[in-house]
Ligand binder design. Structure first.
Ligand SMILES: NC(=O)c1ccc[n+]([C@@H]2O[C@H](COP(=O)([O-])OP(=O)(O)OC[C@H]3O[C@@H](n4cnc5c(N)ncnc54)[C@H](OP(=O)(O)O)[C@@H]3O)[C@@H](O)[C@H]2O)c1
Length: 326
């Protein structure tokens, strides 16, 4: 099969298309023919090994490869078709159309990937193409996880900082669907789309610092590692929750104190990206409550351009790589 591979950490140019061995499913795995994979901020961070949150560096480098990446095929989120079954797999049929998370196994930048049959694999939503469906799991699962963690309720107000990214895009839609009033913070060229998908208010972070406003929120969902912890906590209403998608070590250490010494909470936790949550997203998509935003679709040979598009942040929505002609 063909795969987009990287043999060294570095700029997008380290990505090349190569012929590699097609993986063979183990007894409890399925092999998926990947039609589309999302190119994510996390893929760019893994490729370059540049992390805004510094405490990630050492444990991740040990896990991923000290001198060069141990697994040369990136990609955690995909849509495709079940193509082969391991000996013990009974819950899938060859030909089923699915969307899925590869989690820390990665491999979605290959034309075929093997995933555990009990992993996060769900039938493709009926109203989405493969490219649209590949844009769902990262943003959708993380947004759902963090907004649940925040216990966001109808009638509450939520500020989403970094609302124009993969996670923020879904967070805006899910929060709106749950009956919350959404304030989206991002750069100016994302205002139209963010208002269209559910933001009532918009703040351009390059022109205005939301922490200087007098408005208070029930929930702040923050994707931006450089935000001020104390300024965000001060903006919460009584019983407010500050949910951090990308916390620094200091913010993590400070967060338990908030609930001890105030009526506010600071929360973080990595998303489990569970199959139940992906089923829930599928239902919301089929009920037309939420929908993915695809910025652009690139071919495998355009992987370098796809990564530049993601890391320079000009995109509006998700960048998708098409892995097979359909
Ligand atoms: N905790 C977890 O489980 C988990 C899981 C996945 C991802 N993450 C992390 O969460 C973060 C968000 O992920 P993502 O995939 O949604 O990233 P993304 O698609 O790159 O979105 C980030 C958004 O934030 C905007 N932004 C940048 N600086 C900002 C600022 N100062 N104020 C407001 N908005 C700003 C960016 O827009 P412009 O640059 O155009 O301004 C972009 O729209 C990433 O750093 C990722 O590594 C965490």
């Amino acid at each position: 099969m063909k795969a987009i591979v990287y043999k060294n950490y570095g700029p997008p140019e380290v990505l090349t298309v190569a012929d590699v061995k097609t993986p063979t499913p183990k007894a409890n795995e399925v092999r998926i023919r990947v039609y589309a994979a999302e190119a994510t901020k996390a893929d760019c961070e893994m490729r370059s090994f540049r992390y805004a949150v510094k405490w990630f560096w050492l444990p991740l480098r040990l896990a991923i490869g000290v001198f060069s990446p141990r697994n040369p095929i990136l990609g955690g989120y995909l849509a495709g078709e079940i193509e082969a079954l391991g000996a013990n797999v009974q819950n899938y049929k060859v030909g089923e159309r699915v969307f899925a998370c590869a989690k820390l196994g990665f491999g979605a930048y290959g034309q075929f990937v093997c995933l555990p049959a009990d992993g996060t694999i769900v039938p493709l939503p009926q109203n989405l193409s493969f490219a649209q469906a590949a844009a769902v799991p990262l943003g959708g699962l993380n947004a759902l996880h963090f907004l649940r963690k925040a216990r966001l309720k109808a009638g509450e107000s939520v500020l989403i900082n970094g609302a124009g990214g993969s996670i923020g895009n879904f967070a805006v839609q899910i929060a709106k669907t749950w009956g919350a009033t959404v304030t989206a913070v991002d750069s100016a060229h994302k205002e139209d789309i963010l208002r269209r998908i559910g933001a009532k208010h918009f703040i351009d972070y390059e022109r205005e610092d939301f922490t200087k406003n007098k408005i208070r929120y029930d929930v702040i969902f923050d994707m931006v590692p450089s935000s001020s912890y104390s300024a965000c906590m001060a903006l919460l209403k009584p019983n407010g929750r500050y949910v951090m998608g990308n916390p620094s070590l200091l913010k993590m250490l400070r967060s338990p104190l908030a609930s001890k010494f105030s009526n506010k909470q600071a929360l973080f936790a990595f998303a489990g990206e569970t199959v139940e949550e992906l089923h829930e997203l599928k239902e919301m998509i089929e009920a037309e409550k939420i929908t993915p935003t695809v910025d652009n679709i690139y071919s495998m040979s355009e992987a370098v351009a796809a990564h530049y598009r993601v890391q320079t942040e000009q995109r509006v929505g998700s960048v998708v790589i098409s892995m097979h002609e359909q």
